[in-house]
Design a protein around this ligand. Structure first.
Ligand code: GDP
Length: 181
């Protein structure tokens, strides 16, 4: 087999953070298993799931971690962030308090990671247009001022969920490729 035919495999850790009940677990289950759960599960403990995407003809695996309720006790540990190449920072567009807390989550993320971590601000539950409390522009401008990617999603109806993860995974892949070259 020539070098060109060698199958390269990449595995990157991505973390999902944000306030309780913004939809972190459902974004992950929608992306990894195409499932949605109407009722929050009460399980406490870190969980991760793996999903592969194809980037530039290569299989890139993402190991995506979910806080699984740790944030309710302000107990997201440094082990959770360790080794992460990317992060989705999620708020709920129908609950302003979750958007107001983004700055705190970003501080915590930055204190545990370096600048090369690919960060995406995610306004979830965009299906709840009728009860929206945070405008699209507010999300966009916060992301711009903090240098984050930005997207609105719905884990309920699948809007942009795949795209959100794929943008982060592609950015990680690009960052790593740049370092290798
Ligand atoms: P987590 O605590 O951040 O992991 O949030 P969950 O994924 O457990 O979701 C919290 C609640 O919000 C659950 O009742 C979900 O069914 C609901 N939920 C999650 N994502 C969405 C969404 O995109 N739209 C709507 N309408 N509800 C959602």
């Amino acid at each position: 087999m020539s070098d060109d035919e060698t199958v390269e495999e990449y595995l990157f850790k991505i973390v999902i953070i944000g306030d309780s009940a913004v939809g972190k677990s459902n974004l992950l289950s929608r992306f990894a298993r195409n499932e949605f759960n109407a009722h929050s599960k009460a399980t406490i403990g870190v969980e991760f799931q793996t999903q592969s995407v194809e980037i530039d003809g290569k299989e890139v695996k993402a190991q995506i971690w979910d806080t699984a309720g740790q944030e309710r006790f302000r107990a997201v540990t440094s082990a959770y962030y360790r080794g992460a190449f990317g992060a989705l920072l999620v708020y709920d567009i129908s609950r302003r308090a979750t958007f107001d807390n983004v700055a705190r989550w970003l501080d915590e993320l930055n204190s545990h990671s370096d600048t090369t971590v690919a960060k995406m601000l995610v306004g979830n539950k965009c299906d709840l247009e009728n009860t929206r409390e945070v405008s699209l522009d507010e999300g966009k401008s916060l992301a711009e001022s903090e240098g984050l990617f930005f997207i609105e999603t719905s884990a309920l109806d699948s809007t942009n969920v795949w795209t959100a993860f794929k943008i982060v995974i592609r950015e990680i892949y690009n960052n790593v490729s740049r370092k290798v070259l």
